[in-house]
Every structure is written in structure tokens, then in C-alpha cells.
Design a protein around this ligand. Structure first.
Ligand code: CP
Length: 361
């Protein structure tokens, strides 16, 4: 348990006055991420460490002995998966990660089945979860809710770690980590992520995965981002400001076709009209922001195509057969990265290292 924490000294009002950069160190313990709340918490050494650990766990899990080791690693822990928004991949990959590490799980996926229906506040619900569980993994429609809960629990008797599995249209930090892992693995033999050109395409205004991933890419040298979207769905100025401060090069454009041959990775996204009260974005013609089979010929031979999924029609399913289509790999990478993150949170990463070093000796 995280007893020695700076959030305890801070009122919620004072916390809210802090910039994101000032907030980031408050969620570390021994220089390692404890709460996982927003991408700006992670610097390059943390990203690289999580990726390294994910690879080690992936290799350890290939053997029966390795799986037994992993399943004993956190067998004394219990996790609550509190998802008040729909999810397939994030929920199931966190669930699978807990299974790999021997963590017992419970879930609330429909708040109508909890005492929230009787008028209990979400804060009291989550505080109740912390009485029974050692880790809270949560997806919530409200921006900043996971941060509020991390602060609340830090000022309680049970300051258990909180992992943000998607908050509002704002942040999806664990998706960003798995995307970084996918980029790192894909460019392993091409000098890594440094110097690569990454194109983000589609609904960038409300794509929380894009916002979180762009914030992580700024830690890598010579990376250039292309933000390709209709004006109404273009990336927020707050993210561009983060990139400006880091001196990262980027281009904002409505034209997809000229970008395709320049990109090392194309990160497609769907139109996020669940955030659109008036459904205006359904009326937009977004067909210019689709990746088709014909586009494969324009793409570099060693470039990759990514998508956080779920998709609609922005990537033709025929594209799936091309070896550059990396989105199903992303799905599986999510399980290894989330397993690595949970190990780090509970300070068991060094045990993974020791097992791995014995394995390869
Ligand atoms: N990428 C992602 O967050 O997918 P889900 O909504 O299915 O969890």
C-alpha cells in the first residue's frame, strides 16, 4: 500500500490549480508509476521500462513454469474493474492481465446493478470498492474522474492504486503505452521510434487514444506527427501546446492522400459520435479519411497501419491481410503492457527481471 504520498498534503482545490506537469510526479512511488491516470505522467525511461517488462513477461508466459511463476506473483491481490462505459479490449485485456498475475477480479459494468441506482455517489461507490480490493481499474465518461478518485483514496485509509482505462474524450494512458509498445516492436530493426513520422487520422478532437499517444511521442527524438482530420474534428490546441513546448514537429492538415507515402505509421480512428449530443458529426462526410486497399500501394513497404479499435468503415477489412496491418497485434500487446504496468505498480517488476535473467542464462 502507498502510505507515503504527497497527495495527502494537498486539498482537491489546490490539486486542481496544478498544471499537468506539476501533477505528474505526485503519482510516482520510487520513481515508478503507482496510479496510472494520464499520459503526461510517463517520461521516456518509464515508457521504455514498461515496454521492456512487457517483452519479458511475454517471453516468460510461453512456458508452463513461467506461467506458474507469473500466476504466483500477485496471488494475494484483488482487483475491481469498474467500467461505467462500454469496452471490449480494455476490459478484457486488464481482466486477462489480472489472470496472468494471479489477481482475483470482480467487476461492475452496469451502474444500474450497484447501489448508485439508490442514489449513492460514484465517489462513495469507489471508496467502497477500495475497502475490498487492492487495485481499481476504471473507465468513466467524465474527464478527470480517475484523478479525483486517486486523490480521494490517497486521503483515505486505503490509498489503493487507480488505473484509468479511459476517461471522457480526454485520456486513455494505458492504450497509449500499448501503442508505444507496438511502435517500438514494429521499428525494432529500424532504429526504434526516434525519427519516425506518425500520421493520426479521423476524429482527433474526441479521440482520447490520439491525445494520450501524441503526449508520449514528444519524448522521442525527431518524431514528426501529422494530424489529418476535417476542421471540425481536428486535434485540440492543448495537445499542440504540449508538443510545442517539447519542440516536436507536427503538421495539421485536412488532406490524407499526400500524407500516406510520408508516414512510417498511420494511426486510424473512428468518428466518436457517442460524444455528439446533436449527432452533427454523423452528417459530416468523412470518407476521405478512410484507408482503402488502393492506399496500400501508396504506403512505404515498411510502414505500419494502427487503430485502437473498435473500427467502423475507416479501414477496409481487406487491409487486414496486409502484413503492415498492426491493429490486431495492438490488441494482444495491450494484455502484455497492462500486465507489465500492474507489476510495476505493485513493485514486483524486479522479480520479473530476476526470473527472466535466469530463463535466458
Ligand atoms: N481501444 C479501446 O479502448 O477499445 P475498447 O473500447 O473496446 O476497450
Amino acid at each position: 500500500m502507498y502510505r507515503d504520498n504527497p497527495l495527502k498534503q494537498l486539498s482537491w482545490e489546490d490539486y486542481q490549480k496544478l498544471s499537468v506537469n506539476e501533477r505528474a510526479p505526485l503519482f510516482l512511488r520510487n520513481e515508478k508509476p503507482y496510479h496510472a491516470l494520464f499520459a503526461q505522467q510517463y517520461n521516456r525511461p518509464i515508457v521504455e521500462r514498461v515496454c521492456e517488462l512487457a517483452t519479458r513477461i511475454r517471453k516468460i508466459a510461453k512456458t508452463r513454469g513461467g506461467m506458474r511463476f507469473l500466476q504466483d506473483l500477485l496471488a494475494e491481490k484483488r482487483a475491481m474493474l469498474y467500467f461505467s462505459q462500454p469496452s471490449t479490449r480494455t476490459f478484457l485485456s486488464f481482466y486477462a492481465s489480472c489472470q496472468i498475475l494471479g489477481i482475483k477480479t470482480a467487476e461492475v459494468r452496469d451502474t444500474a446493478t450497484s447501489s448508485e441506482i439508490k442514489g449513492e455517489s460514484q465517489e462513495d461507490s469507489v471508496r467502497t470498492f477500495s475497502s475490498y480490493f487492492d487495485l481499481l481499474i476504471m473507465r468513466h465518461p467524465t474527464k478527470g474522474f480517475a484523478e479525483r478518485i486517486a486523490w480521494l483514496l490517497s486521503n483515505s485509509e486505503r490509498p489503493v492504486p487507480v488505473m484509468n482505462a479511459g476517461s471522457g474524450a480526454d485520456q486513455h494512458p494505458t492504450q497509449a503505452l500499448l501503442d508505444m509498445y507496438t511502435l517500438q516492436r514494429s521499428f525494432e530493426k529500424r532504429g526504434g521510434i526516434d525519427g519516425k513520422h506518425i500520421a493520426f487520422v479521423g476524429d482527433l478532437a474526441r479521440g482520447r487514444t490520439v491525445r494520450s499517444l501524441a503526449a508520449l511521442l514528444r519524448h522521442f527524438d525527431g518524431v514528426k506527427a501529422y494530424f489529418v482530420a476535417p476542421d471540425a474534428l481536428q486535434i485540440g490546441s492543448d495537445i499542440l501546446q504540449v508538443l510545442d513546448e517539447a519542440g516536436m514537429e507536427y503538421e495539421v492538415t485536412t488532406e490524407f492522400q499526400p500524407v500516406i507515402p510520408q508516414a512510417d505509421a498511420i494511426y486510424m480512428t473512428r468518428i466518436q459520435d457517442e460524444w455528439d449530443q446533436a449527432q452533427e458529426s454523423r452528417l459530416l462526410d468523412t470518407s476521405n479519411y478512410h484507408f482503402t486497399v488502393d492506399d496500400l500501394a501508396k504506403l512505404k513497404s515498411d510502414a505500419i497501419i494502427m487503430h485502437p479499435l473498435p473500427r467502423r468503415s475507416e479501414i477496409d477489412p481487406e487491409v487486414d491481410r496486409d502484413p503492415r496491418a498492426m491493429y490486431w497485434r495492438q490488441v494482444r500487446n495491450g494484455m502484455w503492457v497492462r500486465t507489465a504496468l500492474i507489476c510495476t505498480t505493485f513493485d514486483r517488476d524486479n522479480e520479473v527481471d530476476r526470473y527472466y535473467e535466469d530463463l535466458i542464462r
